[in-house]
Write a protein that binds this ligand. Structure first.
Ligand code: SF4
Length: 364
């Protein structure tokens, strides 16, 4: 079992209209105090000395950190763990790319994940994004010119407003032309208590399946492997960090609200940013659940079905030894929602991914 690390940066330059994540507006005094607490948590990690397979800075918007503070966090990680072969990713937004381009931090990252969402200015304004399409393209080009070899862009599908389908075409065309190594494409889920939900309510249930299928086809034609429900990668560019979540590897959690897994228990740094600062990062993790071997096995099946690799032959054989489940699987196969993969296991098709929750419920 390998170990990864998630580092949470709970600050954003501005709140987007669809966002229900916990994040606070940037405030330089608070950010500095937060970084000190986070640095202290990292340096006092009980896993000190361990080899780490991937580090992921997420948020919030990690790129709001000024380079000298980002550098402190990276040094703490490099001093505390063995990161010699690690994939090290930061999320960033186009408006703050310059912080990431500072050589003191840029050279430490092996992967960059940029929140783009759409290359259409009207859609970006509906979403309340702080950047426009041109800024996103320029930020991408700046990363490339600086030498970035592994870039992900995040896109959002089934957006409200007029002519989404045409706008999406433009977004896909631009994305494919830029040729990032990885694209994440999520169907927007309207979250209650957000400005977007107040304005549009639930608006995309009808259009989402067609849009999803279209995006899967376009990205497959452009050479991207559809390796997880919402993730597409060029050959050998699957996200190592996300694969760790989907294959039940261990991950450490740094920062308030960050979640971790030690192989059997899921835990959370369960406190506010203020409390985290007050305790100088030394917050006892809260164990949310401890999984029995049956729970772990079930979860493994569920996670495997999110991946194009699917469930292995042994698990598949066990499932179809149950008469009722076999009938369900036969039905999936005949309706092209699933297929027997080249290793004799079971994988879902794009249509199957669209109803994966229901499929998983029936196979458990
Ligand atoms: S940048 Fe991301 S985390 Fe921050 S408000 Fe927007 S969607 Fe939420």
């Amino acid at each position: 079992m390998s170990t990864s690390a998630y580092v949470h940066i709970p600050f954003c330059a501005r709140k987007c209209n669809y966002c229900a994540f916990y994040s606070a507006a940037t405030n330089s005094v608070k950010i500095e105090k937060y970084v000190s607490a986070l640095e202290n948590q990292i340096r006092n990690s009980p896993s000190k000395g361990e080899k780490i397979k991937s580090v992921f800075f997420g948020g919030g918007t990690p790129s709001v950190l000024p380079p000298h503070l980002f550098e402190r966090l990276l040094s703490a990680l490099f001093d505390t763990f063995d990161l010699s072969d690690a994939e090290i990713t930061t999320e960033l937004n186009p408006d703050s790319v310059d912080n990431i381009l500072d050589p003191s931090v840029f050279t430490k990252f092996t992967r960059f994940s940029m929140g783009v969402q759409s290359f259409d200015d009207e859609e970006l304004s509906v979403l309340g994004r702080i950047h426009n399409a041109d800024q996103a393209i320029k930020a991408y080009e700046k990363l490339r010119s600086a030498g970035a070899k592994n870039i992900n862009i995040d896109l959002m599908l089934a957006l409200p407003g007029e002519n989404h389908f045409q706008k999406l075409e433009k977004t896909l065309e631009t994305a494919i032309k830029l040729s990032p190594e990885h694209i994440s494409a999520y169907i927007l889920t309207p979250e209650e208590n957000t400005p977007l939900y107040e304005k549009y309510g639930y608006f995309n249930d009808d259009i989402a399946p067609d849009i999803y299928r279209h995006v899967c086809n376009e990205l497959a034609s452009a050479g991207y492997e559809h390796y997880e429900i919402s993730n597409f990668a060029k050959k050998d560019y699957r996200c190592v960090h996300n694969m760790c979540y989907w294959t039940q590897q261990k991950y450490l959690a740094f920062g308030p609200t960050a979640c971790g897994f030690d192989g059997t228990s899921r835990f959370r740094i369960d406190c506010s940013t203020d409390e985290f600062i007050e305790k100088n990062g030394l917050v006892e993790p809260f164990v949310e659940e401890t999984l029995s071997s049956t729970n772990l096995e079930e979860e493994k099946t569920m996670l495997s079905l999110r991946l194009c690799d699917g469930i292995d032959k042994q698990t598949f054989d066990r499932i179809i030894s149950d008469k009722q489940k076999k009938a369900f699987v036969d039905n999936l196969l005949s309706s092209s929602l699933a297929y027997v993969n080249d290793k004799g296991g079971l994988s879902l098709t794009d249509d199957g991914f669209l109803v994966s929750n229901e499929i998983i419920r029936n196979l458990m």
